[in-house]
Write a protein that binds this ligand. Structure first.
Ligand code: BT5
Length: 278
């Protein structure tokens, strides 16, 4: 149950009863305010917390994106949550987890609000070309048991999801007001966050906790169907370089496969994608 001093914004017992899930949320911790649900859950995972442990916060004071970027997580308007996965995936295929989580979130949001959402490689969900959700999967590897000097294996993944639910345009800071959106802005009316959360948790539970290794190829196919950049000319920006090519496919480890001007296909595991402007 929740470690807290204030009354929690959601009642964990009531939430769990609504979830009615097999794995996700069987252990649930709810905070009014926390630095980052990913940071908190990584500490629990390190101490052996089980797969499906779920942490929710009404507000994050140090919500994080990739590469130390910050994720705005004000109180009362969003869903900021993290959960533990301990899937039997190889280290190579674990790279596809952000895409697998994205597709479940995007399809759930579409079902809830009746509008289409698109996936942006590797970990964003957009609506009307604006970001509505970001996903941060942090992976811990450990030496394979019994193998001296042997290979590593996946220990756990902490998957964090941030969804803008009820923000209005003026709630976003001016520097990325044009680049962010919320469910309420897309649908034209506010949403009950608890309903969105319950549906999302049920969909994640079904898709990611039973047979994930077998489900992965199908999840990747569904992801491809949501990615408008696939098959188009894109620019991939990395810290030191910019590469242009055709976004040919995603590999089974979630890597972006680019067809370069000389016809070569090359795989990339990080970077920011944008369409080449004609
Ligand atoms: C992400 O990183 O998009 C991953 C965000 C993951 C947030 C969740 S919330 C629960 C859990 N706990 C955490 O601490 N994190 C996870 P990235 O692709 O690096 O994008 C970060 C960029 O998104 C920022 O640099 C901003 O430009 C933009 N951004 C920040 N907050 C946003 C928001 N609320 N809505 C839309 N865009 C935002």
């Amino acid at each position: 149950m929740s470690r807290r001093t204030e009354k929690p914004f959601w009642d964990p017992d009531k939430l769990q009863a609504q979830f009615n899930t097999e794995s996700l949320g069987k252990r649930l911790i709810v905070f009014n305010r926390i630095t980052s649900t990913n940071d908190f859950l990584k500490r629990l995972a390190r101490r052996g917390a089980e797969a499906g442990t779920l942490v929710l916060a009404d507000q994050q004071t140090a919500g994080r994106g990739r590469l130390g970027r910050s994720w705005q997580s004000p109180p009362g308007v969003g869903l900021w949550l993290s959960f533990i996965l301990r899937p039997e995936l190889s280290l190579e295929t674990a790279g596809a987890l952000p895409l697998a989580v994205s597709v479940v979130v995007a399809e759930t949001l579409s079902a809830i609000c009746g509008e289409p959402f698109s996936a942006k490689w590797p970990n964003d969900i957009l609506a009307n070309n604006r970001k509505i959700c970001g996903i941060l999967c942090e992976t811990q590897i450990s030496p394979a048991a019994g193998l001296v000097g042997g290979s590593n294996q996946l220990d756990y993944v902490v998957a964090g999801i941030g969804i803008n639910v009820n923000q209005r345009s003026r709630d976003f800071s001016s520097d990325w007001r044009r680049r962010a959106t919320s469910l309420a802005m897309i649908a034209g009316h506010p949403f009950d966050r608890q309903n969105v959360l319950v549906t999302l948790v049920q969909h994640l539970d079904k898709a990611l906790f039973a047979n994930l290794p077998q489900e992965m190829p199908a999840l990747l196919s569904r992801w491809r169907a949501l990615c408008p950049e696939l098959g188009k000319s894109i620019v991939l920006r990395q810290a030191q370089t910019t590469i242009t090519g055709i976004f040919d496919d995603v590999g089974e480890g979630g890597e972006l496969i680019l067809r370069l001007a000389d016809g070569q296909r090359k795989a990339y595991s990080a970077g920011e994608v944008s369409l080449v402007q004609k």
